[in-house]
Design a protein around this ligand. Structure first.
Ligand code: TMP
Length: 210
């Protein structure tokens, strides 16, 4: 028996945390055994790599160092949590995954998409999410929300142009893989956003409405 692998993506401030909680409740109500996790992070060692990646620092960070740390964290996360869970029949709900690397390191930083694809194949082999929910919102609206929350991490400190590139790559990937992706319009009220999510969970994975 194999669990299903669901990922949640979007630019900062689109409402990932609130909607992650909603999805978690929906799956629990349907009696599905679930692990909720995040990237970068999700295991003790991968969370240490996350702290390295997010901490603002004076030293200029090499794009290659950032890319390899993302995949190092992911390799550990897959090894210690994601794969064993899926193999045990547990579903995995992950806040960000490799689409974020294409969007942030590829789109935002300008790292070669080919290199990212090579690392994806090395680290994941054929493993890909069964469903990726992309929460989409105009960048300026999301940034405004995100910046009211807390001090900036190393990514949140980037300029609007960076996030425009991130959003563009997310939308492009969603258009390229319509079977795996569902774009959720995060502009309307929370109820309407969650109604879209419920519909997608039913249509794509057969999760019944409560
Ligand atoms: P979070 O704020 O959603 O927890 O994510 C942490 C930051 O890490 C976020 O700004 C996006 C960034 N990130 C990447 O740049 N590449 C990746 O592969 C992942 C998973 C996250």
């Amino acid at each position: 028996m194999t669990g299903r692998f669901i990922t949640l993506e979007g630019v900062e401030g689109v409402g990932k945390s609130t909607n992650l909680e909603h999805i978690k409740c929906r799956l629990a109500a349907a009696g599905i055994k679930l692990v909720v996790t995040r990237e970068p992070g999700g295991t003790e060692m991968a969370e240490e790599i996350r702290a390295l990646l997010l901490q603002p620092r004076d030293e200029s960070v090499s794009e290659m160092a950032e890319l390899l740390l993302m995949f190092a964290a992911r390799a550990q996360h897959l090894h210690a949590l994601i794969k064993p869970s899926l193999e045990a029949g547990t579903w995995v709900l992950c806040d960000r995954f490799t689409d974020a690397t294409f969007a942030y390191q590829g789109g935002g930083r300008g790292v070669s998409f080919e290199w990212i694809s090579t690392l994806e194949a090395m680290v994941q082999q054929s493993l890909r999410p069964d469903l990726t929910l992309l929460l989409d919102l105009p960048v300026e609206v999301g940034l405004e929300r995100a910046r009211q929350r807390s001090a900036f991490d190393r990514f949140e400190a980037e300029q609007q142009h960076f996030f425009e590139q991130v959003r563009k790559v997310y939308l492009h990937r969603a258009a390229q893989e319509p079977e795996r992706f569902a774009i959720i319009d995060a502009t309307p009220s929370i109820d309407r956003v969650q109604a879209q999510i419920d519909q997608v969970l039913f249509d794509k994975l057969g999760v019944p409405a409560v």
